[in-house]
Ligand binder design. Structure first.
Ligand code: UGA
Length: 434
């Protein structure tokens, strides 16, 4: 099929490339000329495992352009995958989605199906349809479909090609048939429903996962107080298939471009309809507190961070991505600097992005060893493999005082017991062995 995709961020680019891989002819549109030139050369502007190989392999069916008019005019299906960032009041900013809707309306010369992949508040698909219909230049018919995305950064290609389910929100059977054709090579369940339910499935899924993380983080905090071990607790819970063993890793809170934004957006939407979404509000509040958990722990060892040499391992919101959006480091590192600490930081892929935000003040290191050398305390914010594989003796050998605060439970407690360090992680016994 002839497909156009608006936006080449995580959702748009991965959708376009995977559609081409499944045999469709795809043109992806982005406003940034340099980015388009990079992508036409087979290079990905985002760090995402597997995406470049797939781009290169499908270049004969994949094209990138800034000219939306050419891309949309005769497409059979147009995906909208542009961002819906958070506004100051917590609601979703829909201006990019609406802008694309008007561009589509003014460009199309044939009837087509517009598929909204961007995460949009419930009811937005109806507005998009009205907006397109009222701005049409030609006598054509447009069907709008909600088709939310469930890919996670770092595993986006795998999540798309081997999707757990495909959700299709339609208001007519013709649109459903077109989407069945688009996804005919997929073997996963198709959930066909109305548009509002599809929009809600996306928010409810993300908010449920955020709630699961905040729940396990609270239980972890309680484990610390009463002397239980959160990892054993999570294993014990996870064997119950009604609970499941995924997303029960306690840590310093969820970040990224989705959970923080989508919890706030659904809470905002509920308030707008005079309904208080108490569980989602709790997930948000717990997460805000959890992000500062390691700073609170540091007070056990030092009254203030002033003058301390701090090692920071990991800057991104999770491993496998260079994305910093809502990463716990964005609240922790400014706090450290404000208190007068000297911060050295390491991350395998996130340094360039962090440098854009903090060009001065942080000493960026190329290796973990350089980062740890002669420091008073270490904060682990991201569970990169290089951190997890590190022999703990490097902490005792390189640091001035080997106090390791681990926000991602990277090490087994037994390993810490065998090393001369203080190891303070989330929801587990503190190992004092100095
Ligand atoms: C999330 C969802 O997992 C995807 O299904 C969804 O499609 C996507 O949002 C989206 O809406 O676009 P993503 O934000 O890329 O994907 O990352 P996750 O792997 O879900 O991790 C989010 C945060 O939760 C990370 O900070 C991670 O460290 C944290 N997390 C995750 C935990 O603290 N504990 C866990 O057990 C799992």
């Amino acid at each position: 099929m002839k497909i156009a995709v608006a936006g080449t961020g995580y959702v748009g680019l991965v959708t376009g490339v995977c559609m081409a891989d499944r045999g469709h002819f795809v043109t992806c549109v982005d406003i940034n000329e340099q980015k388009v030139a990079t992508m036409n050369a087979g290079k990905s502007p985002i760090f995402e495992p597997g995406i470049e190989e797939l781009m290169v392999r499908n270049m004969d069916r994949l094209h990138f352009t800034t000219e939306y008019n050419t891309a949309y005019k005769d497409a059979e299906v147009i995906f909208i995958g542009v961002g819906t960032p958070e506004k100051k009041d917590g609601s979703a900013n829909l201006s990019y989605v609406y802008e694309v809707a008007v561009q589509i309306a003014q460009s199309i010369e044939r009837s087509c199906v517009v598929v909204v992949k961007s995460t949009v508040p419930i009811g937005t698909n109806d507005k998009i349809e009205q907006l397109i219909r009222s701005n049409l230049k030609n006598d054509v018919t447009v069907h709008v479909v909600s088709n939310p995305e469930f890919l996670a950064q770092g595993s986006a290609v795998k999540d798309t090609l081997h999707a757990s389910r495909i959700v299709i929100g339609v208001e007519d059977s013709y649109a459903a048939e077109v989407l069945r054709e688009v996804y005919k090579s997929y073997e996963c369940p198709l959930v066909i429903t109305n548009r509002k339910s599809a929009e809600m499935i996306k928010y409810a899924s993300n908010d449920f996962l955020a709630l699961k993380i905040s729940f396990i983080n609270e239980i972890a905090n309680l484990c610390e107080v009463i002397g239980a071990n959160i990892e054993d607790v999570a294993i014990g819970m996870g064997y119950d298939s009604r609970i499941g063993n995924k997303f029960l890793n306690a840590g310093i809170g969820y970040g990224g471009s989705c959970f923080p934004k989508d919890t706030k957006a659904l809470h905002w939407l509920a308030s707008f309809h005079d309904y208080e979404l108490k569980t989602v509000k709790a997930a948000i509040d717990v997460n805000e507190n959890q992000k500062l958990k390691l700073i609170k722990k540091s007070r056990k060892y030092f009254d203030s961070l002033k003058g301390l040499d701090i090692a920071v391992l990991g800057l991104t919101f999770k491993p496998g991505t260079d994305d910093l959006r809502e990463a716990p480091t964005l609240v922790n590192i400014p706090f450290m600097l404000e208190e007068g600490a000297n911060v050295k930081a390491w991350d395998p892929v996130g340094v360039d992005n962090f440098k854009k935000l903090y060009p001065v003040g942080v000493n960026y290191c190329d290796s973990i060893f350089e980062t740890l050398r002669d420091t008073d305390i270490c904060f682990i914010f991201t569970e990169w493999d290089d951190v997890k594989k590190l022999n703990l003796t490097y902490y005792s050998d390189l640091m001035r005082t080997p106090i390791v605060l681990d926000g991602r439970n990277c090490y087994e407690l037994q390993k810490a017991r065998e090393t001369r360090i203080i190891y303070d992680s989330i929801g587990r016994e503190v190992i004092y062995n100095m």
